[in-house]
Design a protein around this ligand. Sequence first.
Ligand SMILES: [Zn+2]
Length: 669
Amino acid sequence: MIDDPTPHASAAPLGGLDLDPAGRERADALAARLDRHRASYYAGTPEISDAAYDALEDELRTVDPTHPVLSRVGSAPAVSEWEKARHEIPMGSLNKVVSEEELKGWVDRCEELLAKDGHAPVRDALFVAEKLDGLSLEIIYRDGALAEAITRGDGDVGERITANVVRMRGVPRRIKERRPISVRGEIILRRSTLESEPFFAEYATTRNGAAGVSRRFDGRGAEHLTVLFYDVADHLDFATEQAKFEWLRGLGLATPRTASGSLADVIALYRRYQEETRGSLDYEIDGLVISIDSLAAQALLGELNRRPRGATALKFASPAKVTRVVSIDWDTGPSGRVTPVATVEPVELVGAVVQRASLHNAANVRALGLGVGDEVLVSRRNDVIPYVEEVVEKRGAEAKPPTECPRCAQPIVVEGEYLLCRNAECPAIVEGRIHNWIGAIGALEWGDKLVAQVVRAGLVREPVDLYRLTVADIAKLERRGEKIATKCLEELRARLPVTLPVFLAGLGIEGFSTQTARLLFAAGYTELEKLQAATEPEIAAVPGLGDIKARTIVKGLAARREEVARLLAGGILPVTPEQAGPLAGVTFCFTGAAERPRAELVRLVEGAGGRVLSSVTKELKYLVIADVESSSSKAAKARKLGTVLITEGDLVAMASGAPPPARPAPPGP
Ligand SMILES: [Zn+2]
């Protein structure tokens, strides 16, 4: 054995340990899988769950703890047309801890190491920042101007996606710092945007949406993304993490939320985040970044494998538990998709008792081979909705998907991974259509529940029926009353007349968003009759559309011809934006955070005839901002150009016909 000349040990093994050939093969196979999954994860198309990925990584760590794949950060960027760019200072990564005990262990080790240098204990001066779950990037400013934006990639080389990043929210083109600086941030997608923007329908999570859209070659959707900043690479003279964050904020760069305090404070905060704060945020975080606040102490601690010792990611518990499937239930959604949900024996996950778990779609049920009685692993990770991850032990017969719609009993058709009900009169689909109309006209008082109620009561079958409802109709519904009824009906009337783009988007024709309607409008289709008479080639010639969209538009309009005729007969006549609404011809721009999702505010403006601009220009009449006294550069520029600063509340009032607020004139030059 000693003389065994097997080449594996000397022929440049990928890992650093001398393993037997079988161990070597296993380690490299695991490493190859990890590399592949890491690449798809960063491309926004993960094939396995984070938990499965972590499990593979743990396995590799057991087999070969020194394998280079374990110290690699991120992934090699996927092949694309984006230009590769090298980070001047590599973008590192953080070690992670997953429990309070491990966090204490980390602080103990830091203090042990620091004590050797005669440094005092640090557990009473820790700094906390939310750990965002998005796509990391570096932004370089030179002479106060945004010069480059590069994704993290593998930590050394990323992609220069500057063209997209300049269109994202929270990214100033100019800052007051003239020295060349490299700031680090995270591109995130808000939950509310993922839910409300049809554009993001294809993305399962905010992280996939942020990663996918950031790197689109056509730049579409970038304006819906936000960048938050958390670091600066250059060694400026900050004493603490806290000072560094204050400096970032002073430059007008938004940061994740932060706190500072003792180890006990951090643990209390961690518990609060797990129990409530995390779920209440409009963006996903997967943990907290805990740092030794003193940057001098951090420098003493140094780094190992490009991971600083003086900071760690405290990840949230992501529990999964085994339980038993009691039943598999199918229901039809607003798009006509028939999806399965598992009812399971009650099990506690993250402080909540779980009894129902998502099964995504019929193909997934088939892939899992799932049946009633099976033991399954149910988890509740980044999602609010728990889902069945895998079958732990097969006990029952495989479930058979239904052949009839559970809501209308019509035959179901199979389309790829989905089962679909195609019955236009199916109550589930009618609810979806009414919901779409309500969303398009921006009637904020109408919630999903009320829409479901009026449809289920048989009061509303298509949008025109909404305008025939009486106060008595709504008042007699469960948990409604005259007051709510009056308010909801008044709102419907206040949103009249609707503009043609809103009218068209409200019909909910497949692939027909407000954006599509706007493109058609801009191309001269300013009248309904003209659009209804248009042929596929004519529509396909509209800039921004194409053959496929043209087909769905022409087909969709033809299929809805009678529904449209009934709307017109009911007095719902679309008008050109200039004729319409209390905000007719008025321009708005949004900046900073708002209470309502941005998409909702845009619809509100457009529904009332106004226009939304993406930046502050001479053409802009109103800048909507949380603090009208703000001294941000955007606010200052707006004042200089004579733009009026208003709050979200002012806008909502104006959209209902209230006069604009009286604000003191901006101070003269
Ligand atoms: Zn149906």
